[in-house]
Design a protein around this ligand. Structure first.
Ligand code: DHB
Ligand code: FE
Length: 286
């Protein structure tokens, strides 16, 4: 059966792509951020996931304001990246796992999540930057199932709904009969606002609270309304919806094994968190 080994939450700021291309790992501006991935590299080398389920928000590359699904699941054999207008290099394509995607889609719809299914899907920086951070300078050794969450055009799904979506995805993964090691990724955040009067807004205290509660009390975070969350985290800080879904998919005993937090990367409070997921059955046996 498929097994969920853990989850990673990470920012997806596009300028990271340029910094990776220019190998600015030791640059004083970038080092405090990139060094937060040393632990991640070791963790991935030890755990060797086969597949990554990636909760992310599309920024106008694949979906635009005219047609914007609340939740969309990719079911393609390959996901291409294209020029998104941020001046960053177009990345390599990412391999998909259509059989696993269809299993998740079937299970979600049976579970009454009315998702959009995409047999053709472009992925933007919200997928490719996290992959480039996790596996720099080599081919990406995982297949992905991308799951888009609308964090862009109101009405947005609630934090509660995204947590429930993640939980349904977690149940689907565990019901998959192939022997796969699955990791879950939530991208974006943490606090940031790119436009309007509050452009540049970040909220360190609130970010710390979100990362703390995410470990063992995600249902408490789920009580925030979308509008209250945006007031506290900024208009794009609501990308945390992807982190909520990632956390929901961790169905076992969850422990935070790594956290890095740094202000600013571009306009964003940048965070990287690794959560391990141990089976509940293991707890009983111990
Ligand atoms: C930035 C952050 C984002 O989440 C994004 O999608 C684009 C840009 C930024 O801080 O520059
Ligand atoms: Fe974003």
């Amino acid at each position: 059966m498929a097994r969920i080994i853990g989850g990673i939450g990470t920012t997806h700021v596009p300028s990271i792509g340029k910094a990776i291309a220019e190998k600015k790992y030791q640059d004083p501006y970038w080092k405090p951020f990139f060094s937060g991935f040393d632990y991640v590299h070791g963790w991935l080398a030890r755990e060797k996931p086969d597949v990554a389920v990636v909760f992310y928000n599309d920024h106008g590359l694949n979906f635009f304001l005219d047609k914007l699904p609340t939740f969309a699941v990719g079911a393609a054999g390959e996901y291409r990246n294209e020029d998104e207008g941020w001046g960053i290099p177009v990345s390599r394509s990412v391999a998909g796992d259509p059989d696993f995607s269809w299993h998740i889609i079937n299970t979600l719809v049976a579970d009454e999540f009315d998702i959009t299914m995409c047999q053709d899907m472009l992925v933007d920086h919200a997928v490719t930057i996290p992959l480039g951070l996790m596996w720099p300078g080599e081919s990406w050794p995982v297949k992905i199932v991308p799951i888009e969450v609308n964090t862009v055009q109101h009405p947005l799904p609630s934090l509660k709904r995204c947590l429930a979506l993640g939980r349904a995805v977690g149940r689907a993964i565990e019901a998959y009969p192939r022997d796969l090691k699955v990791m879950v990724i939530g991208t974006g955040g943490l606090s940031h606002q790119l436009d309007g009067e509050r452009a540049g807004f970040v909220n360190k205290e609130f970010d710390q609270l979100c990362m703390d509660k995410l470990i063992g009390e995600p249902d408490e975070l789920a009580r925030y309304s979308v509008h209250k969350f945006i007031e506290l985290a900024g208009a794009q800080g609501i990308e945390f919806l992807n982190w909520m879904a990632m956390r929901g998919a961790l169905t076992g005993r969850v422990a935070q094994v790594h956290r890095n937090y740094h202000i600013p990367i571009s306009n964003t409070a940048a965070a990287t968190v690794v959560l391990e997921n141990k089976p509940l059955a293991g707890l009983k046996a111990a």
